[in-house]
Ligand binder design. Structure first.
Ligand code: NAD
Length: 252
């Protein structure tokens, strides 16, 4: 690595304990670029283990992003410990492969809550601090599913939640741009992680690849690279954008 893009920065990545996930890859790349990272996830032991993987200075904490009081406490603890939070990556997310008529109230609540409410709550916890320092970068994980009307493993409620994330991203970007808090979204296409819940067969993968002009599934590192760009000063004049990381599967 030639240049450390996040030297001296402090970053929070939600849902980053999943071993093959986008959050973990992002946290790792941020750490490689000099950032100190807090990994938040549902399971405390898994979060701590993921943080320890990155090095001793990193922090792993239990945090359910749908629990407003819990989220506030975690962010307060991090500001107390570090004195600053420069970057927030709202990565925690879940999906369910349901059709419209199958979505029960509990399905709707679960998917909207983690993807959309969680993004709002963590942003609300970080922004007052970022605004007071007149600097901050928020990166939200949306999805190609929001843009094209359905993904591969996500139902319509997931598309709606991720479209909600895009709306929230753009509105927050507009609201906090005067405070030098930038907010952007990443729209990944198909990335083989554990979010597919074991539903990805070799046949299904071949079928998916036929719809991707670049001819391969994305990797977690493909998404991490984009998150690094949006979290660093390389993107100093970028806010309210949705960046596609999809191998050409949706060109619009
Ligand atoms: P993953 O399932 O590997 O990881 C998601 C993590 O979120 C898990 O560690 C899980 O424990 C955590 N989590 C779930 N609910 C939580 C909650 N309430 N509070 C805190 N953490 C919680 O998923 P992934 O594929 O790495 O996905 C990361 C993000 O990228 C998600 O928002 C997902 O919707 C989005 N995304 C993924 C893909 C893909 O193809 N993998 C495509 C587009 C968007």
């Amino acid at each position: 690595m030639s240049t450390a893009l996040l030297q001296g920065k402090f970053a929070v990545v939600t849902g980053a304990a999943s071993k093959r996930g986008l959050g973990k890859a992002t946290a790792r790349l941020f750490a490689e670029h000099g950032a100190t990272v807090a990994i938040l996830d549902l399971d405390e032991a898994a979060a701590k283990e993921a943080a320890a993987d990155l090095g001793p200075q990193h922090v792993g904490m239990a945090c359910n992003v749908t629990d407003l009081e819990g989220v506030k406490k975690v962010f307060e603890a991090l500001v107390a410990k570090w004195g600053q939070i420069d970057i927030l990556v709202n990565n925690a997310g879940i999906t369910q492969p349901l059709k419209t008529l199958e979505i029960a109230p509990a399905n709707y609540d679960a998917v909207l809550d983690v993807n959309l409410r969680g993004t709002l709550y963590c942003s609300q916890a970080a922004i007052p601090h970022m605004r007071s320092r007149k600097q901050g970068k928020i990166v939200n994980l949306s999805s190609v599913s929001a843009q094209r009307g359905g993904g591969i493993f996500g139902g319509p409620h997931y598309s709606a939640a991720k479209a909600g994330v895009l709306g929230l991203t753009k509105a927050m970007a507009r609201e906090f741009a005067p405070d030098n808090v930038r907010v952007n979204a990443i729209c990944p296409g198909f990335i083989a992680t554990d979010i597919t819940g074991g539903l990805l067969t070799p046949e299904k993968l071949e079928e998916i690849k036929l719809g991707i002009p670049m001819g391969r599934a994305g990797t977690a590192d493909d998404v991490a690279g984009c998150a690094l760009f949006l979290a660093s000063d390389l993107s100093a004049y970028v806010t309210g954008s949705e960046v596609d990381v999809n191998g050409g599967s949706l060109i619009h």
